[in-house]
Design a protein around this ligand. Structure first.
Ligand code: PLP
Ligand code: CA
Length: 303
């Protein structure tokens, strides 16, 4: 409704706003980079925020890389970031298994992964055994009479992340694990409907892979990426942060801004990614950030 949008102001006094914030949580794609290019002004703004003593974290719903993989990406883009400052939905999936004591409570159980290298790398770091992932890329579900996909009965959780090699074998295997194995959990790294793999068009996101598994099992997944509270609760607890002094900065309304508003954070939408000013201010949008800005370069306009 328009009442709402009239009330989303452009960030006009950034210096005053910045004073009240001690931690910035930045979404990655559309805020820090677009694809493989750093967004204009970002390195200078990060340096200024650090010089001002602000804590900085990066949160991405893209599960295709692990924290280590993202550290390499930040390095290759010339951005000086510590691995511990990065929270990816692949890391969140592993953190969820750790929090729920998967290894202790589900002794001998493993995870079936639909996804790329990021999830497996994070599971290896916490010692959770897993199968599937990139290794199932060329597997085929044989449909001749009498043939079956033989699923692993020791799978106690299925994690579904973005997978450019999703196939019918993987879907059937996940379906069998969830439907046939006792107490098998269904975990989704994120539900992004579409993503910006290339500038040419929007591409089907992990919502497609999760939707396939939901569709054939009727089971709702536990979502660990934005807007689920898991990653921010993890940061707040481990790093003793004060929620009201955290600003979530993102380019998506339904993941980033909801992640902020539903978890007690301040929110700033930037127009450097997928959301246009028109969409933000349209009557159809009911998700309101505290502010919007063209990009994070607006945080220090004189720079
Ligand atoms: N998932 C995939 C596969 C992506 O390619 C992207 C963005 O490129 C995202 C999710 C969203 O990432 P972020 O949360 O950093 O915007
Ligand atoms: Ca984004």
């Amino acid at each position: 409704t328009s009442r709402l949008l009239a009330s989303v102001p452009r960030l006009s006094s950034p210096a005053t706003w910045l004073e009240g914030i001690d931690t910035f949580v930045f979404d990655c794609d559309g805020v820090i980079w677009r694809g493989d290019s750093v967004i204009d002004g970002v390195p200078g703004i990060l340096a200024k925020l650090r010089a001002a003593g602000k804590k900085i974290f990066f949160v991405t719903n893209n599960s295709t890389k692990s924290r280590k993989g993202y550290k390499a990406k930040f390095d290759s883009l010339g951005l000086d970031v510590k691995a511990e400052e990065i929270f990816s939905s692949s890391f969140a999936a592993a953190a969820y298994l750790q929090q729920t004591k998967f290894l202790e409570k589900r002794k001998g159980k493993k995870v079936y992964v639909i996804g790329e290298v990021g999830i497996g790398e994070e599971l290896d770091l916490i010692g959770v055994p897993w199968v599937g992932g990139p290794g199932d890329k060329d597997k085929v579900a044989e449909l001749s009479p009498g043939s079956k996909v033989e699923h692993d009965e020791d799978v106690g959780a299925v994690i579904v992340g973005f997978d450019r090699h999703v196939n019918y074998f993987k879907i059937q295997n996940a379906q069998l694990c969830i439907n046939e194995n006792e107490d098998c959990e269904f975990i989704a790294t994120n539900l992004d409907a579409v993503t910006h793999l290339t500038d040419a068009q929007e591409w089907a996101g992990n919502g497609a892979m999760v939707g396939a598994i939901k569709g054939c099992t009727g089971v709702e997944p536990t979502v660990v990426g934005k807007p689920s509270p898991l990653m921010i609760d993890f940061m707040v607890d481990q790093l003793k942060l004060e929620r009201s002094k955290i600003a979530m900065v993102g380019d998506r309304l339904d993941t980033d801004v909801v992640f902020g508003t539903s978890n007690g954070l301040q929110t700033c939408l930037v127009l450097s990614g997928v959301t246009t000013e028109e969409k933000l201010l349209s009557d159809d949008n009911a998700i309101a950030p505290d502010f919007f800005a063209s990009s994070i370069a607006d945080f220090y306009p004189e720079a």
